[in-house]
Design a protein around this ligand. Structure first.
Ligand SMILES: C=Cc1ccc(O)c(OC)c1
Ligand SMILES: [Fe+2]
Length: 510
């Protein structure tokens, strides 16, 4: 490399940190591997004084070089980032969830667990251990953080210290071995709505639905079966209904899994499928399945009950396999046709699905609400499960000539779903921008009026900024930038928690 740093020879990396030569592990996405604490971060601009609480997010970060070179970034160890904001100042912390995998691999000083959701690729001694990486979402329930991975139960953590308390099964009430990374908390009742899929083992069509009251008492449990096995990453809920979302990222035949195949493979012959089930007094025979064509569904924006008795679900819809690293069986992940951008249709747009509980035609066609190429939808949490007007999306700047690095997002939009208009801030080209968290300007503020918090990975400087935007003037860009003295990786999902809801212990100990 440069002339200044002279070494006698090329020194090979130690095997446990010799990561594959893949974009998942290189440059701005090279594993971070550290835990951190920064008291009083460097801030540019002014953090609005009303913001009082903590932003948590989940970041997959392979601590050890994976056992298999084609491992996927969603198999990285879960690190929790926390930014505590008070009186215009910000403190930062990052800590790994102490999963069973974390502890075993730390003792071994190398990877021991195998491919994403494939026990048959593990070192035989850990095949029956808990596989959770706790790397997908972090939510707040019963005064604790729950770090989530959809193949396992949650890990509970202390929201102030970020110490891991252990696996959480709702005091024995949760009876499925799997738990979605996208449970919903009803802002009106405080209830937690959740489910687990492949709930009787790998490649089973069993799904378990659960409803807990705000104190964690189980109100509903209902087991159903899906038309096929596939990734059921997100879900949705209204006052009266639950929506299950089954995507064509199909589970491979069990014998292929046992031979070491990836867990999921895109199936061009399977339709994007939705199931509705009554939220209360749910019975297995009450589930009703609808389908669209072959298409990709990532995340739900919101859902609500119509006055017509129908269930409405709003979401981005994508016309290509965004999870190209799970190609159709037998295809090369870098060349899979299913991962090609469509010629005519948009790549993604924000749409509305309508499910009529009395329908006889089970084919559904969505209606476009907003024509933006975005994902990671977030609505004002006070409107979840209810009719609403605005959605925030991470998106690709529609006016930029170049796409952002790595095909990820470089802009944040506030979209009006009633007229399809949107306002946005574009952060430029050489960056990666992530999901937002929304903080209302004050408790009774109008819908979507307040602040957005997001993470910007600066590929130009190999550093990370946490940005705060005012939703009243999106195009202006951040009102404050919290500059971290290091680089983070792409994160997945996060949550904002108001200070008044937190236990109130020290965040950074003196
Ligand atoms: C964003 C989607 C998604 C889906 C499944 C996963 O296991 C995951 O892990 C980080 C992420
Ligand atoms: Fe997700």
């Amino acid at each position: 490399m440069g002339a200044a740093y002279r070494v006698a020879s090329e020194l090979a990396l130690q095997p446990e940190v010799d990561y594959p030569n893949s974009p998942f592990f290189l440059g701005p996405e090279a594993p971070c591997r550290f835990e951190a604490e920064v008291f009083n971060c460097v801030v540019r601009g002014e953090i609005p004084k009303q913001i009082d609480g903590t932003y948590y997010r989940c970041m997959p970060d392979h601590l050890w070089a994976p056992l298999y070179d084609d491992d996927v970034f969603i198999n990285g160890d879960g690190a929790i980032d926390a930014v505590r904001i008070k009186d215009g100042h910000a403190d930062f912390k990052q800590k790994f969830v102490r999963t069973e995998r974390f502890t075993i691999e730390r003792a071994a000083r190398r990877a021991v667990f195998g491919k994403y959701r494939n026990r048959y690729t593990d070192d035989i001694r850990v095949k029956h251990k808990i596989h959770s990486t706790a790397n997908t979402h972090v939510i707040y329930f019963e005064k604790q953080l729950l770090a989530l991975k959809e193949d396992s139960l949650p890990y509970a953590m202390n929201p102030d210290t970020l110490e891991t308390k252990g696996v959480y099964d709702f005091h024995g009430q949760y009876t499925s071995p799997t738990f979605t990374a996208h449970p919903k908390i009803d802002p009106h009742t405080g209830e937690l709505i959740t489910m687990g899929y492949e709930a009787k083992g790998d490649m089973t069509t069993d799904v378990a639905y659960f409803l807990f009251d705000k104190t964690g008492k189980k109100l509903e449990e209902c087991w159903i079966n899906t038309p096929y096995v596939g990734m059921m990453h997100d879900m949705a809920a209204t006052d009266k209904w639950i929506v299950f979302i089954l995507t064509p990222l199909a589970g491979v035949p069990l014998d292929l899994l046992k031979q070491g195949h990836k867990h999921f493979a895109w199936d061009e012959n399977k339709p994007l499928t939705f199931g509705i089930l009554p939220r209360r007094d749910a019975k297995p025979q009450d589930v009703k399945w609808f389908h669209y064509k072959n298409a990709f569904y990532g995340h739900s924006g919101n859902a609500f009950d119509g006055e017509d008795g129908c269930v409405y679900l709003d979401s981005p819809l994508t016309y290509m396999n965004k999870f190209w690293f799970f190609p159709p069986i037998g295809e090369d992940m870098h060349r899979a046709k299913s991962a090609q951008r469509p010629m005519r249709d948009p790549v993604s747009h924000y749409v509305r699905w309508k499910f009529d509980p009395n329908a006889t035609d089970l084919y559904v066609e969505p209606e476009e609400l907003v024509n933006v190429n975005g994902e990671m939808p977030k609505v004002d949490p006070r409107y979840e499960t209810k009719p609403y007007n605005f959605v925030f999306l991470a998106m690709t700047d529609p006016e930029a000539e170049e796409a952002p690095a790595g095909g990820i997002y470089n802009a944040i939009a506030k979209c009006n779903i009633n007229d399809g208009t949107y306002e946005y801030w574009s952060a430029g080209i050489n960056i990666a921008l992530h999901e937002v968290a929304f903080v209302p300007r004050f408790p009774e503020a109008p819908e979507a009026d307040g602040y957005l918090i997001s993470v910007v990975n600066r590929h130009d400087k190999l550093l990370t900024d946490i940005v705060i935007l005012d939703t009243a003037d999106m195009a202006k860009g951040p009102v404050a930038i919290i500059e971290l003295p290091f680089r983070l990786r792409n994160g997945i999902h996060g949550s904002w928690v108001d200070q008044e809801d937190l236990p109130g212990e020290d965040f950074v100990k003196p």
